[in-house]
Design a protein around this ligand. Structure first.
Ligand SMILES: C[S@@+](CC[C@H](N)C(=O)[O-])C[C@H]1O[C@@H](n2cnc3c(N)ncnc32)[C@H](O)[C@@H]1O
Length: 253
């Protein structure tokens, strides 16, 4: 058998850590999840315990009770430890499932890789997706209060960049800068798209009326859009502390 593509990295995880991921993914792909007779989703790199994988499975089954989730880990001991809790498979970015997944969640995995390996990992993973599927490459803090995600389509091209933060704890939107995906974190320097977006978010957050964090975020999101950023969705998403823009506006040159 071929060796899995990638390498073992730290396995840090935590219960509830990926709730912001799961909420965004369900929203992004709800139609596809519902319309598939038995949608397959892959949790790539579930870490030292499969808690977030089991949580994601429950979340997806609320949308489609026939949802199947497979956890893929490159560390054999972590696969063995997850047996009986989730369906766990030893493997890597090649995604060794017997059918094409609709969704691949790679949370806090690529951040531990060198930048020059990111695009090839995206292409390898997304080449396994079912038509209309999504790969989510993202990063968050230990508690899952600050998260940033890229939604990548089946061609391997990022389409959306999403920030999702817990508003109750937030001082300023650019706190998420420390949690940017690998493809953006090194580019967060004056003049880049991602730096300008975070600056615009901070500026409009600071200028927003102090009605409370939720109203402030909604105001910020609306103003950022009026200023020319391709912000998608509306209050329904913004009230959750989410903001999504077209990747092309933040993509590194
Ligand atoms: C920091 S943990 C993330 C755990 C969980 N996804 C979370 O966000 O809480 C990263 C895990 O990814 C695994 N990993 C790294 N590269 C991988 C690859 N190419 N294929 C599968 N698993 C991989 C590591 O072994 C590690 O257990």
């Amino acid at each position: 058998m071929n060796r899995p593509v990638g390498r073992v990295t730290r396995g840090t995880t935590g219960s509830n850590r990926l709730r912001r991921f799961d909420r965004w993914i369900t929203y992004l792909a709800e139609r596809e999840i519902r319309s598939d007779a038995s949608p397959l989703s892959v949790d790539l790199g579930f870490g030292s315990a499969p808690t977030t994988t089991a949580q994601w499975q429950r979340s997806l089954r609320r949308v489609n009770p026939a949802s199947q989730v497979v956890g893929i880990e490159i560390d054999r001991d972590r696969v063995a430890a997850a047996a009986g809790i989730i369906t766990a498979v030893h493997g890597g970015f090649e995604i060794p499932t017997d059918r094409r997944p609709l969704l691949i969640r790679a949370a806090n995995v690529l951040r531990q890789y060198p930048l020059d390996e990111v695009t090839s990992a995206w292409h390898l993973m997304s080449s396994r997706l079912a038509p209309g599927g999504w790969l989510i490459d993202g990063t968050c803090d230990e508690q899952g209060r600050l998260a940033a995600m890229l939604s990548i389509d089946a061609t391997g091209q990022p389409v959306w960049f999403t920030v999702s933060v817990r508003l109750a704890d937030l001082h300023t939107p650019s706190q998420v800068a420390a949690r940017l995906p690998k493809a953006l974190i090194h580019d967060n320097i004056a003049g880049s798209g991602i730096h300008e977006l975070l600056e615009a978010m901070d500026r409009n957050w600071a200028a927003a009326p102090r009605w409370g964090a939720r109203q402030r975020w909604i105001h910020m999101a609306r103003t950022v859009r009026e200023q020319g950023w391709a912000v998608r969705d509306s209050q329904n998403r913004w009230r959750l502390g989410e903001l999504t823009v077209a990747w092309e506006q933040v993509a590194p040159d």
